[in-house]
Design a protein around this ligand. Sequence first.
Ligand code: NAD
Length: 259
Amino acid sequence: MQARNAVVTGSTSGIGLATARELAKRGCHVMLNGFGDPPEVDRLCAEIAAQSGTKIVYSGADLSKPEQVRTMMAEAAEALGPIDIVVNNAGVQHVAALHEFPEDKWDLLLAVNLSAAFHAIKAVLPSMRERRWGRIVNTASVLGMVGAPHKPAYVAAKHGVIGLTKAVAIEVAEHGITCNAVCPGTVMTPIIEKQIAQQAQVTGLPQDQVLKAVFLGKMPTGRPVPAEEIAATIAFLCSEAAASITGAAIAVDGGYTAH
Ligand code: NAD
C-alpha cells in the first residue's frame, strides 16, 4: 500500500490515531484531524512521520461544521495530492434518557458521527471517480447494528453510518471505489473512559466493575478490543486485497453481535 494519500478523521486519539499510525506504517501519507493540545498534536505528527518516513499533516477542522469538512478535504488534497483513502472516524457520545435528551446534543451527534462522513465522501468522490480508485471506511459501532438505552442519537447516527456506507458502496462500485463500515465493540479510549466514570458515579460501583458488567458484559471474549485491532481491519479494507469487499459492516466486537 505504498504512496497512497489518506485522511483519517478523529485521529488525535484512540481508534483514529491507531489507524493513522497503521496506514503510515504501510506507506501512506496521512492527514490527521481532531481536537487536541497543539504542541501534543505537533509531537504526534512528527513522531509518526519519523517512524513511517511518510508525509503527515494535520487539520484542526471541527467536523460538526460542514464548511470545515469541505475545507479540510481541500487542504488535504493540496498538501498530499489527490486523496485515495478516507476514514470517517470522528465520533462523540452523549448519554441520557430520550425524554431528557438535549436537542443540541442530538444535533451535534448527528453532525459529527453521520453528516461529517457524508460531506467528506461528497468532497472526495469526484477525484476518486476520475482516478478509478478509492477506499472509504466509516467507523460505525456495534450500536449501528443493535440498540441500547440512553444513547438515542448515537444509535441513530451509527445505524445511519451503515446505511450511508451501503448506499455509497452500490453507487460507486463500478468506479473502483469501495465503501465499508467497521463496527467496534468496547475499545478503551477517552469516549468510553468518560462513560465508565459517569456510570461509576451514578451507580456507586467501582470503575472496573462498571467496565466488566456494562461495557464487556455482552462481549463473550470478556476483554476490550485493542484499538490496533480495529486499525488493522481498517487498513486491510484499504488494501488491494479487499477490492471485492464493499458495502459491508464488519463487526470487530469480541462476539457482541453474535448474540
Ligand atoms: P476518542 O474519543 O479517542 O476519539 C474521538 C476522536 O474524534 C478524537 O480525535 C476527537 O478529537 C475527534 N472529534 C470529536 N469531535 C470532533 C469534531 N467535532 N471535529 C473533529 N474531530 C472531532 O474515541 P474513539 O473510541 O477512538 O472513537 C473513534 C470512533 O470509534 C468514533 O466514531 C466512535 O463512535 C467509534 N467507536 C468507539 C468505540 C469504543 O468503545 N471506543 C466503540 C464503537 C465505536
